[in-house]
Design a protein around this ligand. Sequence first.
Ligand code: HEC
Ligand code: HEC
Length: 269
Amino acid sequence: MRRMSITPWRGVALLMAAAGPWAAAPRAQEPENPFTSRIDVRMGGRSYQSRCATCHGINATGNPEAGGPDLTTGQFRRAEGDAGLFRVIREGVDGTAMIGLGENASEQTVWQLVTFLRTLAPAGGGIDPGASPAAGQALFAGKGGCARCHRVDGDGGRLGPDLSFVGDRRTPEALETDLVDPDAEVLPRWWTITATGPGGETVEGLRMSEDTFTFRIMDADENLRAFSKYGDWSYERTETSTMPGYAETLTAQERTDLAAYLYSLRRDP
Ligand code: HEC
Ligand code: HEC
């Protein structure tokens, strides 16, 4: 049994609230793309073939040899919104082969490239046409029990990551995988530690911090406890997720609905 079951601790809330990397920051007014006609798509496609295809592939699905990532997923790690794409294309990504077109490229050329890249995203944002985001939302708060650990727009628990904008960083397919195999990639922030004292007593909880000499965990009674690694207590780190897998407890349709709902949670749908 790799997975451990853990009761929710309300107090985790206070500590984690401050740490949420997705705390919403209001976005400044961004310029809108003025070049979005069909001709712009065509011109953008042409610039793409002459200036980008060597590194990102003729079909823009990426070129592993040149290190250029797939640009057809509709998701960009480096850019948010059209204005973000504009910046990446013009300024590049510091310290990488992605140099950017520079100031000499006209705004029109850069916007047309943005327009072209937008046409490459999967239709409907990649959501399965048979999926119902509304049904997914109901599952999330109800039978699925997801809200116990996850927040969306300020509602829900804090034993797992805030999912308010999870659609910005996960595709629908990746979201479905998260539900079936939560242990696939677990950030250290969500590891747990079980500490065992000299009398066999145990304390288990989220691993809040760890260094060479000490570790701190948030136990089931919401207490933050610090331990020395060289004291009487032994400890065991669990790098798997506290999130249960839903391969059996939810149907495939329910998982697809949940993924569609979560994918709809984007800043820029
Ligand atoms: C010399 C190779 C090279 C060329 C030419 C190049 N790129 Fe890139 N591009 C890269 C690499 C490498 C990255 C990944 C940088 C990183 O994030 O580590 C990248 C990243 C990007 C990203 C960000 C992807 C993301 O997920 O956020 C966009 C958008 C992009 N390129 C568009 C373009 C466009 C449009 C052109 C043509 C004007 C172009 N690139 C030309 C190598 C290149
Ligand atoms: C017992 C608490 C718990 C429950 C219940 C739970 N999760 Fe999670 N979830 C976590 C934790 C902790 C993580 C982070 C570690 C990991 O990636 O598995 C996570 C990760 C995720 C991720 C990946 C988030 C990211 O940023 O990549 C998604 C998506 C997700 N959960 C969706 C759900 C959905 C949908 C449900 C309900 C069907 C659910 N979770 C139920 C604790 C929980």
